[in-house]
Design a protein around this ligand. Structure first.
Ligand code: NDP
Length: 278
């Protein structure tokens, strides 16, 4: 470690795998923009090594971590306190670390909503929303979406039990129901369809319900890539009104983590311009 690195505040991303993450580039752009003296590193930790890796980072003076697949639920057991968003989501994607304690936050929901409502200027109020998938990301976004008062959120998942569990958990916050993909094909088309499955990034074909999409439907893919994602290609083939990938959410959730750590909310517009937002 160089003398200069030794005096910089340490942040990073913990997950498995992490090597393809864009987070170091995004946080470097945020730090340069606001003149923050910090480093951001990638920590690869298997599930059985999660606690040791987090405690070691804390002992060595680390100040904060982003948390990604597969640790967002497991890491809740290591935190001393949880923010309201993280408690509602039941998942943590950001740790604020001091020698005395670790506080868990969840910025995924804020990231998605800021991308949809601020960057995209899309109004969620009274809209019928279909969320495809019931994993960690789907869980993280329900609370903040429901806070915008859509008329309905339908959660459709390959494993119906997971969709039912999410609908049960979030039902007290709004009108939420669980359906199988095949059942969605019998419903009216939706206003907004959000893909929160990992099918595309795994190169798998998901049996998404075609009837969910009509000419008025806008489609958002949480996944992102350097070329068009399979979900967006599929939505365009059904002539959805608009499509958008998860680059904006990635940058907005990172900005919210940065705000938690450094008390500075970065300007995301120039960072969005540097990435291949589709
Ligand atoms: P999880 O592993 O927790 O959940 C995966 C989900 O995808 C489950 O609902 C699973 O269904 C479903 N799924 C996987 N393969 C298939 C398939 N072949 N057909 C149908 N459904 C399938 O992952 P996450 O929720 O953490 O992440 C989901 C996606 O969101 C990822 O691509 C991730 O990159 C992206 N993401 C983007 C963020 C951003 O900032 N843009 C932030 C967070 C996540 P089942 O339950 O039946 O297995």
């Amino acid at each position: 470690m160089s003398d200069q690195t030794a005096i910089l505040d340490r942040y990073g991303l913990i997950g498995y795998p992490v090597k393809h993450s864009k987070s170091p580039v995004i946080h470097k752009l945020f730090a340069d923009q606001s003149d923050q003296q910090m480093t951001y590193e990638l920590l690869s930790a298997r599930p059985e090594d999660l606690e040791n890796a987090v405690r070691k980072f804390q002992r060595n003076g680390g100040r904060g971590l982003n948390v990604t697949v597969p640790h967002k639920a497991a890491v809740t057991r290591l935190v001393d306190e949880m923010s309201e968003e993280a408690s509602i989501a039941g998942a943590v994607n950001t740790l604020a670390i001091s020698p005395e304690k670790i506080v868990g936050h969840n910025t995924d929901g804020v990231g998605l909503v800021r991308d949809i409502t601020t960057n995209w200027k899309y109004e969620v109020l009274n809209k019928r929303i279909l969320v495809l998938g019931a994993g960690g990301a789907a869980q993280g976004i329900q609370g903040t979406l429901l806070a915008l008062d859509p008329s309905l959120i339908t959660i459709a998942n390959r494993s119906i039990a997971k969709a039912e569990a999410l609908a049960g958990h979030f039902g007290m916050l709004g009108n939420v129901e669980a359906k199988r993909f095949t059942e969605v094909n019998k419903l009216e088309p939706f206003d907004l369809v959000i893909n929160a499955t990992s099918a595309g990034v795994k190169g798998e074909q998901a049996p998404f319900p075609r009837a969910a999409i009509a000419a008025k439907t806008v489609c958002y893919d949480l996944s992102y890539g350097f070329s068009e994602t399979p979900f967006i290609t599929w939505a365009k083939s059904l002539e959805a009104e608009t499509t958008r990938s998860g680059w904006g959410m990635l940058i907005e959730q990172a900005a919210e983590s940065f705000k938690i750590w450094r008390d500075v909310l970065p300007d995301t517009a120039p960072v969005l311009k540097q990435l291949p937002v589709t």
